[in-house]
Design a protein around this ligand. Structure first.
Ligand code: SAH
Length: 412
């Protein structure tokens, strides 16, 4: 008997609209005892066939849809077609060679739930994040072997998402040679990447366009890069018009690589100060010392892991943006990000507006930033939009809200 998930009344609506997730609360019945990762038919209460999905018995997202086409079978060929289509789309997008690192497969957005594939020049890094992608690991690795060849393939299936799926972390070399450090080009800027120990798969590829923008708009003077990781925004700003930069991160390993990235780009030591510390505290220290900057980048880690964490995260975002605006010189630029998917672009803008008000600064948004085209957002899956950024310019004139003096009118 075919293995099936039968949905509760009305829960077929999102599936029909091609949303790929089926939550545990939407399932009325599981038929045929499917194993974790096995392909199941998704059925409406009426008995109508809706989709084919991968089953994740213990996860809150119980199934992720592979296909809405009844004629499309989930088998080795399916992965070959989907992977090649995704990789081809990136070739079309980034063909001029000025960028050698980019995301080749972005999970649900490329109709391959749970699979991420990043290209770092001659090395590919793969992540199997769900029961479904894990089930097809061997077939997917076969397809990787048939794509245009690279020197090495590394697995970084160590993201926290795997825990939710009931999967243990796994990482290591899958094929060929993977050097301890490799070098990529991003818009012709060389960066060193550690795909074995770095965060995510080694580099924040999703900030490529924002780095290019910062290089272009960095004003002369001092830059502050909070949550600098391996220093990519610092390098971009200093290759632009920034003269010196203070960069803060809590990770000593990231800072070591950041220093090497600055040196690799020929930036003199005197132009950079690297601070190992907690940004929330370091910003207060800078404020207490009356420091000020012409450009400030705030790119914190995901402060809200899910919608329920948004209120607390909102306070943290406000805190750093308030401090950032206070540290900004009149006429200076604040480039501020949130990569929390659960926090909407609207709410993020409101938080920054609240911060400006409390900081007593008049400011304008002069740019909206987001994830680049190798991290596409499927129209039917708006959750895949997670990265948003604002370029905020503090007014030249003080323009501060004037303190209000109430005239003592007295009586009579
Ligand atoms: N802008 C970077 C990516 C930043 S990721 C780039 O484009 O490469 C977020 C960084 O914040 C990570 O490097 C992490 O080590 C650091 N981090 C997390 N919490 C922190 C804290 N409280 N204080 C300082 N750094 C922190």
């Amino acid at each position: 008997m075919a293995k099936q998930l039968v949905l509760r009344v009305g829960r077929e609506r999102s599936v029909v609209r091609r949303h790929p997730w089926i939550f545990s609360g939407s399932v009325a019945e599981v038929r045929g005892s499917p194993q974790a990762g096995e392909t199941v038919d998704v059925m409406a209460t009426s008995g109508e066939w809706l989709a084919r999905a991968a089953y994740s018995p213990t996860a809150h997202i119980t199934a992720r849809i592979w296909t809405w086409d009844p004629d499309e079978l989930v088998e080795a060929d399916f992965f070959a077609r989907r992977l090649r289509a995704a990789v081809q789309a990136r070739d079309d997008l980034l063909r001029d060679g000025s960028c050698t690192a980019y995301r080749e497969v972005y999970a649900e957005s490329d109709l391959l739930p749970g699979l991420v594939l990043d290209r770092y020049g001659d090395v590919r890094v793969v992540q199997f994040l769900t029961q479904g992608s894990e089930r097809w690991r061997a077939e997917i690795l076969d397809v990787l072997g048939s794509l245009h060849p690279v020197n090495g393939i590394y697995e970084r299936s160590d993201a926290e998402a795997r825990t939710l799926e009931g999967l243990a972390p796994r990482e290591g070399v899958l094929a060929g040679d993977v050097p301890e450090r490799l070098e990529i080009l991003e818009n012709d800027i060389p960066f060193l990447v550690d795909v074995r120990h770095g965060q995510k798969t080694g580099f924040y590829l999703d900030q490529r366009e924002s780095r290019a923008l910062i290089r272009r708009i960095a004003p002369p003077g001092r830059m502050l890069n909070a949550f600098c990781y391996t220093g990519s925004f610092t390098v971009a700003a200093l290759l632009g018009r920034s003269e010196e930069a203070v960069s803060i991160d809590s990770s000593a390993g990231a800072l070591a690589l950041a220093k090497d990235n600055a040196a690799r780009n020929g930036l003199a030591d005197e132009r950079t100060v690297w601070v190992e510390g907690n940004v929330f505290e370091e910003l207060r220290g800078l404020r207490d010392r009356n420091e000020s900057f012409d450009l400030i980048v705030l790119d914190p880690p995901r402060l809200a892991a899910s919608a329920s964490h948004v209120p607390r995260a909102a306070r943290a975002y406000k805190d750093i943006n308030l401090l950032g605006l206070k540290l900004l010189k009149p006429g200076g630029l604040l480039v501020t990000f949130s990569c929390s998917g659960g926090l909407s672009p609207d709410l993020f803008q409101k938080i920054v507006a609240g911060a400006a008000l409390d900081a007593g600064t008049e400011a304008q948004i002069i740019g909206w930033l987001g994830q680049p085209g190798d991290h596409p957002v499927r129209l039917a899956f708006p959750e895949s939009r997670y990265l948003k950024g604002l370029v905020v310019r503090r007014a030249e004139a003080p323009g501060n809200p004037k303190p209000v003096f109430r005239r003592k009118t007295g009586l009579g």
